[in-house]
Write a protein that binds this ligand. Structure first.
Ligand code: 3PY
Ligand code: MG
Length: 256
């Protein structure tokens, strides 16, 4: 994305948006990945090592690279949404949302009045040391809600229509676990009545972003074929594992 566009505008307009997921809690690793050319980087505070910790340094490491920082919070709680946005995050990904009311609550926590009821505080980020330009902050701050349970799929049209939601972010792992099927089977089902087709259709109907966690480029390609346009294609720990395995093998082969 261009450095001047907000993540919210980018997600609204982008035909394709690719990002990296941060599971580790090392700002130096995070910064290296944020410089790699992804459209955004998402810090995982639900399952990553930064869960339960202060993510301010990780957010700063992403933003210092000129890349938008998203944070997947641990649960749909307004205090958590407020805290990560205070830290300078450009947006939140809210897990396990199952109803339009829950989606509206997440949006309210992410936007200042009159659009929401986000509270302001100056302590966590130098970028927020003075009271915010409310309209600009609201216009720039993204709020995506995760659909990752059968109950959420059943309500996906209402969730996608919730005022102020910028996108639905599919959690294919949790959804496949809940359906009791392998993830590749869930992603491979592209019939018009399939859960993933229903999620994409709901997003298209209301003009919001259809995003998904993929974890690999192969899985991202399959999700893209469904119509998802915002994809978390890899993660910091996977990148380190892949590069170190490949380099160890190459060194063995070429230097022998
Ligand atoms: C899921 O696939 O359930 C996720 O939440 C991805 O992190
Ligand atoms: Mg999940």
């Amino acid at each position: 994305m261009t450095e001047t566009a907000s993540i919210r505008a980018h997600l609204r307009d982008a035909a394709l948006s690719t990002g990296a997921w941060i599971n580790l809690d090392d700002p130096r690793v995070t910064h290296t990945i944020a410089r790699a050319g992804f459209d955004w980087v998402c810090i995982d505070q639900q399952h990553g090592y930064a869960a339960g910790a202060d993510g301010t340094d990780l957010v700063a490491a992403v933003r210092a690279a000129g890349t938008p920082a998203l944070v997947r919070i641990s649960w749909n709680r307004p205090e958590e949404i407020g805290r990560v946005l205070d830290s300078g995050a450009d947006g939140v990904i809210v897990p396990m949302v199952e109803t339009a009311a829950e989606a509206r609550a997440a949006v309210a926590a992410a936007r200042y009045a009159p659009e929401g009821r986000r509270s302001w505080g100056a302590t966590r980020s130098p970028a927020t040391a003075t009271p915010p330009d409310v309209a600009a902050a609201n216009a720039a701050t993204a709020c995506l809600v995760m659909v990752e349970t059968p109950a959420a799929v059943d309500q996906v049209e209402e969730i996608a229509a919730a005022e102020g939601v910028d996108g639905i972010f599919l959690g294919p792992f949790d959804l496949s676990l809940a359906y009791g099927m392998p993830i590749e089977e869930l992603i491979g089902d592209s019939g018009p009545e399939s859960p993933l087709s229903r999620v994409v259709a709901a997003c298209r109907r209301t003009g919001i972003t259809a995003g998904a966690f993929a974890g690999t480029v192969d899985r991202a390609a399959a999700l893209r074929a469904h119509g998802f346009t915002m994809l978390a294609v890899t993660s910091d720990d996977a990148l380190i594992a892949q590069a170190s395995t490949a380099t160890a093998a190459e060194a063995r082969d070429r230097l022998r």
